[in-house]
Write a protein that binds this ligand. Structure first.
Ligand code: ADP
Ligand code: MG
Length: 217
């Protein structure tokens, strides 16, 4: 059995991650690719409970290091219970956020040392690295506007200042610049269908063998 592939979409709140994962997943499923959709924080029963703590506006007194550890705890559960088994079974895992969200939000956003964050996430990921991380590049202000327009209420992180979200957005670009071969940075300030074309091209880059095998070519 061929190991699956691990594809992550990252970006600030409102950049279009969920929208793009849905479009990508639908397209891949239509081509017969075995797709597993999941998200962070969450993706497991325990992880979804941790997600509630993290995103509830009632957790406004959460200190940055506790926040970072809770994200890592949810990730440990997610990697062990969902991501690794799916990859071992040959599935294509499409994940809404992963380790880079911790580095961007708790590191670049909150100012926690990136090395410390990488250390506390080692037991969580066990060294698992995505085959591809797509970063949706988008202006923080516009991201918050999109969420506003969608009519849903802002979660605890989305309630942070625009300056915070701008630092997170810049942080993603720094992370992508450290290891350009593993990342695809895509301009998200366009209609969703146009963004999708680039997301698809990036995904095809890592799914080459699988797509070829499935089309019988
Ligand atoms: N390219 C786009 N152009 C305009 N609106 C978009 C685009 N992509 C997503 N949206 C809308 O913006 C809002 C946030 O998108 P979403 O995919 O939930 O972002 P994220 O998951 O990154 O927070 C949603 O209401 C969505 O329908
Ligand atoms: Mg989303």
């Amino acid at each position: 059995m061929m190991r699956g592939k691990f594809i992550v979409i990252e970006g600030i709140d409102g950049s279009g991650k969920t929208t793009q994962l849905q479009l990508l997943g639908d397209k891949l499923k239509a081509r017969g690719v075995p797709v597993l959709h999941t998200r962070e924080p969450g993706g497991t029963r325990v992880g979804e409970t941790i997600r509630e703590i993290l995103l509830s506006p009632a957790s406004s007194d959460l200190v940055p290091r506790a926040e970072a550890l809770l994200y890592a705890a949810a990730r440990a559960q997610h990697v062990a219970q969902v991501i690794r088994p799916a990859l071992a079974a040959g599935q294509i895992v499409l994940c809404d956020r992963f380790l880079d969200s911790s580095l961007a939000y708790q590191g670049f956003g909150r100012g926690i040392d990136i090395n410390l964050l990488e250390r506390i996430n080692e037991p969580a990921t066990g060294g698992l690295v995505p085959d591809l991380t797509i970063v949706l590049k988008f202006c923080a202000e516009d991201g918050l506007d999109r969420i506003n327009k969608s009519g849903r209420s802002f979660d605890r992180i989305e309630r942070e200042t625009r300056a915070f979200h701008a630092k997170v957005g810049d942080g993603y670009l720094v992370l992508a610049g450290r290891d350009p071969g593993r990342y695809s940075v895509i301009d998200a300030n366009r209609p969703a269908e146009q963004v999708h074309q680039d997301v698809m091209t990036a995904a095809e880059g890592v799914l080459n063998e699988i797509l070829t095998a499935d089309s019988g070519a």
